[in-house]
Design a protein around this ligand. Sequence first.
Ligand SMILES: Cc1cc2nc3c(=O)[nH]c(=O)nc-3n(C[C@H](O)[C@H](O)[C@H](O)COP(=O)(O)OP(=O)(O)OC[C@H]3O[C@@H](n4cnc5c(N)ncnc54)[C@H](O)[C@@H]3O)c2cc1C
Length: 368
Amino acid sequence: MKTVCKPDKCTGCTACVNICPHNAISIQDTMISLNAVIDEDKCINCNACEKVCHVNHPVTKVEPMKWYQGWCEDSDIRSSSSSGGVAAALERAFVNGGGYVCSCMYSKGEFIYSVTNRLEDVENFKGSKYVKSNPSGVYKEIKTLLRQGNKVLFVGLPCHAAAVRKYVGEKYEENLFVADLICHGSPSQKLLKLFLEQHNKSSVSVQNVEFRKNNKFCLSCDDKYIAQKECLDKYTMGFLNALFYTENCYECQYASKERISDITLGDSWGSSMPAQEQSKGISLILVQTEKGGQLLKDSNVELFDVDVENAVSNNHQLRHPSVKTDKRGYFFAGLKKGKKIDLLVRKCYPKSSFKQWIKGLLIKLHIK
Ligand SMILES: Cc1cc2nc3c(=O)[nH]c(=O)nc-3n(C[C@H](O)[C@H](O)[C@H](O)COP(=O)(O)OP(=O)(O)OC[C@H]3O[C@@H](n4cnc5c(N)ncnc54)[C@H](O)[C@@H]3O)c2cc1C
């Protein structure tokens, strides 16, 4: 099997798939790892795939110039976003200024990236999707818009943000604005689909999937919780424990405070802001470039100082990638044998599962 980058290091960004003039590349997704596989019968050895790959040729990282915490001034946007709603504030301001935004949304059973210059579409981008989204197809669209003189803001996972910068190249960089997320790691979409199917939710008939509501982690489909309101379902438990990300995430080159973007957004974990504000969601904001600073200035965002050391110590993704757990082998071996995700996660985390079960029971009995 000939692959574009080293085996199992692929992030599934699909830049190589999109640049190949002979459709010779496909992403092999085993849920454990991703690989961009080259069909040698179709390949003409032009090397375009190897060159565009951000794993083979990393994008330069820079230290943030400024650190803030804050939130979107519009309370509706803040409450319907995952943390402080800063992403939505940047996106709305960008569209209002005549630009295009590319970010992630749920469409027909899949988390894809989409490009728009309409405020009503930007609404669909709100919320963290704890899954590896699919950017296939957007690279060409972004480059064409930039070539035509438009401004484009990309908001997404750091590995996809790096891929966009590689694909676009230096020539069109001026009008490209890049915001990346602090990222814990992400599972394959196949795993999420399987989990939903095991809960009798066909990903095609479900209209909306949410991973976080009112600043709480829990998976819901069309406003119905998979577990119980306020309780962790087993997908979220596995996600938060770094049980089943794709292999590349455990060696993520973007898990540091040096970033490849103009601006970085995350959660302001460990914030000393009043508890009332914390419960509404507070974003952590890292500004790397003048362009990133301008984006923030133009947006409807309330900003505050943040203790950088504290922010970094409360967010390991700014220091190192998530650490692979020894339960991962057990999980995927069980999955291969056809065991249910609920059962496997429960066996991996018996104590947390029991606590969640008790919590659910108390809620049902109206004791909690
Ligand atoms: C897989 C993943 C892991 C994360 N891990 C951490 C972490 O360890 N520490 C931390 O501080 N923050 C983490 N975050 C970021 C956090 O969840 C919030 O997205 C961030 O704080 C911004 O919040 P917000 O309220 O401003 O915007 P949100 O409402 O969260 O919107 C975020 C923006 O990012 C886009 N987006 C969301 N999910 C995806 C996705 N899967 N692929 C591409 N684009 C996406 C949305 O479309 C939207 O434009 C993670 C996010 C994801 C998706």
